[in-house]
Design a protein. Structure first.
Length: 117
């Protein structure tokens, strides 16, 4: 359940951030930016906080596992499946969210973005 809530939150934040910058992306495209440049921009700015969060989360979980080891029934404190599958899933959701949002943003007509400015 926690992974589901985290993945919905990650997708929502990335989609909202890209939708707020839709006009800026349209202006960039009107000034000559290529689609691949826009995709790279969205991926760079979308994955940076996710990677930082995964790193902080893994560091915090490594630090707390020994304190909570008595509450973990049937798992070792440093279960490799848990420590690998969770971050991979969250990073995959973030990549998918960046891809969907970036594709939506690159389909904007640059002339419409310039008219709104």
């Amino acid at each position: 359940m926690a992974l589901l809530l985290a993945s919905v939150g990650i997708y929502g934040v990335i989609a909202f951030a890209v939708s707020q910058r839709t006009r800026e992306i349209g202006v960039r495209m009107a000034l000559g930016a290529k689609r691949i440049d826009v995709l790279a921009l969205v991926f760079r700015q979308g994955l940076r906080p996710v990677m930082g969060g995964v790193a902080l989360g893994l560091g915090g979980s490594f630090a707390v596992t020994h304190a909570l080891s008595k509450m973990l029934f049937g798992l070792s404190p440093l279960d490799p499946v848990t420590f690998v599958s969770g971050p991979i899933f969250l990073i995959s959701v973030a990549v998918l969210a960046c891809l969907i949002s970036a594709r939506r943003a690159t389909k904007i007509d640059p002339m419409e973005a310039l008219r709104h400015e």
